[in-house]
Design a protein around this ligand. Structure first.
Ligand code: HEM
Length: 537
């Protein structure tokens, strides 16, 4: 028997011996009286409704309209899960309760498969140590020191697009912007984090960009029914055995393994080649310093260092690229917003001393910031996250929900072990938070003091909810991402006009429910966001 057959047999045996056990325990928890959709599958509950929906939100928005901002849904083999969009309950889980709500096994294991044992996958004390080590690399001061790099890369992207336009007889080519943003953000994280020049804006076939698009999409979008059932059992499989999941020779694991193996080889090479002395605060410096530390509380072993680099190469490039993609999609649909941003650019430029925008200039561009927030609200790339209660708890609710027995409740008791899905996509559309126009594009909401988002207009502080930036596990790179996106947005709008091609079934963009929300066309492989780009005179 080969190793692989042995692993698969063990996993299958584990799976089937669990079935009777789980089915008998399925609705014994504290969620019995919470309303929610009927299960649509014996094996998967409502899991398939979410994983196989055409677009992010198709089923969750419907559930929100019916049940409010908290409801029960069914998971693997009829087990109860709580789904939340309530801001107070989410804050309690992600922020106030600290490490008492670790990521669900499937979410943490997926992060391990995609980026190894780095910050995104680590839990408890290991996470605490890693986060402390990495934090100096993302301080406000450190992030702002990258301003010239962001400007330089944005100018290069402008130059490249001018070349694309010059080579196109129509003068306004249809450009798939996803790959370009991916290349720009990879070049930025390479240089900012590791003093490495990927040069991917020059080399369109950069293997990391190509693999990121192909391998990760193949593995994660619309996994097979069998795979979803298999993932439902991960919670019951001992962790050391889960390490072997990556060797399963199906499309769901092949792409992830190939991506991580390649990034690990590359990361080891980066460490070997690095001339960094470990005396700065860029990512490579803080890693080298931690690797050389004799204090176990600050020590980062080499394997962990490698996976940390893999983590930042993934988390630091794909996210920003997709967020920029959705942003320019929104602006292509709203030419009036493009005009207003150009007016804001002209105003700031008229009073600015230098050629390039400073942090103060950027902070003063309230409308531009409002459009970025509005796009991240409507099209959140990280559309959900998931946690497990590690102890019995009471979740406070901002908005009461009505139970099956007709009671209005303002808190939900939670039993240890309850899995909780937090839907950022639904939170971002809650009428109670955003108003009756929650489904509409309206950047003004962030500028109108009567709407209650006034504080959001003049600084970047309240991007909090979109990056979960206030929690123990919130995005460590959010200030980096916002500044990077602001600079790229301004450079592109200063030079180009964006529009959508005529919309029909072939050109319609879908918000596909993958590991991040992917822009794709019907029946086509790979990510796609085709926009017409026209130079401004
Ligand atoms: C628009 C771009 C980005 C968005 C929308 C975003 C969003 C998020 C969100 C929502 C989380 C929490 C995930 C969860 O709890 O399940 C997260 C975590 C994380 N992000 Fe970002 N992110 C972005 C860019 C970046 C960048 C540029 C970096 C690094 C340079 C980065 C590094 C990370 C890391 C390492 C974590 C895990 C933090 C931890 O668990 O301690 N992200 N991000």
């Amino acid at each position: 028997m080969t190793d692989l057959t042995a692993i698969l047999s063990t996993l299958s045996a584990g799976l089937f011996s669990l079935i009777a056990f789980l089915y008998s325990r399925r609705r014994s928890g504290s969620l019995k009286d919470i309303r929610g959709p009927a299960s649509s599958s014996f094996w998967l509950g409502n899991e398939a409704d979410i994983r196989y929906q055409d677009e992010v939100g198709d089923c969750e928005f419907k559930w929100m309209r019916e049940y409010g901002s908290a409801w029960r849904r069914t998971g693997f083999l009829g087990t109860d899960r709580l789904m939340l969009a309530d801001p107070k309950a989410s804050k309690h889980i992600l922020h106030s309760a600290g490490y008492h709500y670790p990521k669900t096994i499937d979410r943490a294991q997926f992060s391990r498969l995609a980026a190894g044992n780095g910050l995104v996958a680590a839990e408890g004390q290991v996470h605490h140590r890693q986060r402390k080590i990495m934090s100096p690399a993302f301080s406000t001061h450190q992030v702002q020191s990258f301003l010239p790099l962001f400007h330089g890369t944005a100018s290069k992207l402008v130059q490249k697009w001018k070349e694309v336009i010059a080579a196109d007889p129509s003068g306004q080519p249809l450009v798939n912007v996803v790959g370009w943003f991916s290349r720009a953000s990879l070049d930025i994280i390479g240089e900012a984090g590791f003093d490495f020049q990927f040069g991917s804006l020059d080399n369109l076939a950069n293997p990391l960009v190509v693999r990121n698009d192909k391998d990760l999409v193949d593995s994660m979008l619309y996994p097979s029914w069998y795979d979803l059932v298999f993932k439902g059992t991960w919670k019951y499989i001992p962790r050391p055995l889960l390490e072997y999941v990556r060797y399963i020779p199906t499309r769901e694991y092949r792409g992830l393994r190939s991506w991580l193996d390649n990034v690990r080889v590359f990361s080891r090479g980066l460490i070997k080649q690095s001339t960094d002395k470990g005396d700065g605060n860029d990512i490579m410096s803080v890693l080298l310093r931690a690797n050389g530390s004799s204090n176990p509380k600050n020590k980062m072993p080499e394997d962990e260092m490698v996976d940390q680099i893999a983590t930042f190469l993934s988390a630091g490039h794909e996210t920003t690229a997709k967020a920029l993609t959705w942003y320019f999609y929104a602006l292509a649909k709203h030419p009036e917003a493009q005009v207003r941003i150009r007016e804001e650019i002209a105003l700031v430029r008229a009073r600015a001393a230098g050629e390039e925008f400073t942090i103060a200039d950027l902070d003063s561009m309230a409308y531009t910031l409002a459009t970025l927030k509005e796009s991240m609200r409507l099209d959140p790339i990280i559309w959900y996250t998931a946690r497990t209660a590690s102890r019995d708890d009471i979740l406070p609710l901002a908005f009461p929900v009505t139970t099956k027995s007709g009671q209005q409740i303002t808190s939900i008791p939670i039993k240890k072990g309850t899995p909780i899905d937090i839907s950022l996509a639904v939170y971002n559309r809650l009428p109670d938070v955003w108003g009756e126009d929650a489904n509409e594009w309206n950047p003004e909401r962030f500028l109108d003091p009567l709407r209650g988002f006034k504080e959001a207009s003049s600084n970047i502080g309240v991007f909090g909810s979109f990056f979960l930036a206030t929690g123990t596990r919130g995005c460590i790179g959010w200030q980096f991402a916002v500044l990077e996106m602001q600079i790229i947005i301004l450079a592109l709008l200063d030079n180009f006009e964006f529009s959508l091609p005529p919309q029909n079934e072939k050109t319609k963009i879908y918000r596909r429910p993958s590991h991040v929300m992917l822009p794709m066309r019907e029946g086509k492989e790979g990510t796609w966001m085709g926009l017409h780009i026209k130079p401004l005179n």
